[in-house]
Ligand binder design. Structure first.
Ligand code: ZN
Length: 139
């Protein structure tokens, strides 16, 4: 299966497998998990991930970690092709989330308001994901 890229006004309720939906207006992307488990993945674009149209196929950076579904899949999608990566443990997930937040901070020459919004979004997103992994969301 190769993931096609589809620019949409909003993410549909019923997503097709093998399609990455991207809405620039809402700064979101959505897809069904590549493992076939049917889990809906929502990405915050570009705060957590970047999504490109790569000749009609989707490229997503950085890797997708599915922490909030039983499959715990981890993969990258490049030009629609799925490359599988080792699954995360809970502590690795925490580190990766912290790394993503640090990358936002490292963005140079961005206006402070943009940076703060970006960090707030990243932290909120990380907290949600971690709550799903750890359960209860403590620390
Ligand atoms: Zn899955």
């Amino acid at each position: 299966m190769r993931f096609r890229y589809k620019l949409v006004d909003r993410i549909p309720m019923q997503m097709e497998e093998g399609v990455v939906y991207h809405t620039e207006e809402f700064e979101l992307a959505g897809l069904l998990c590549a493992c076939g488990c049917g889990h809906r993945i929502t990405l915050i674009v570009p705060d957590s991930h970047e999504v490109w149209d790569d000749g009609g196929y989707a490229t997503i950076q950085p890797s997708l970690g599915v922490f909030d579904a039983p499959c715990k899949s981890h993969y990258v999608i490049r030009a629609g092709k799925v490359q599988w990566l080792p699954a995360f443990s809970g502590s690795q997930a925490t580190k990766i989330m912290q790394g993503q937040i640090a990358r936002h901070v490292a963005h140079d020459a961005m206006p402070a308001s943009w940076l703060l919004r970006s960090i707030a979004t990243a932290l909120g997103f990380a907290r949600k994901l971690l709550a799903a992994v750890i359960g209860g969301g403590s620390r």
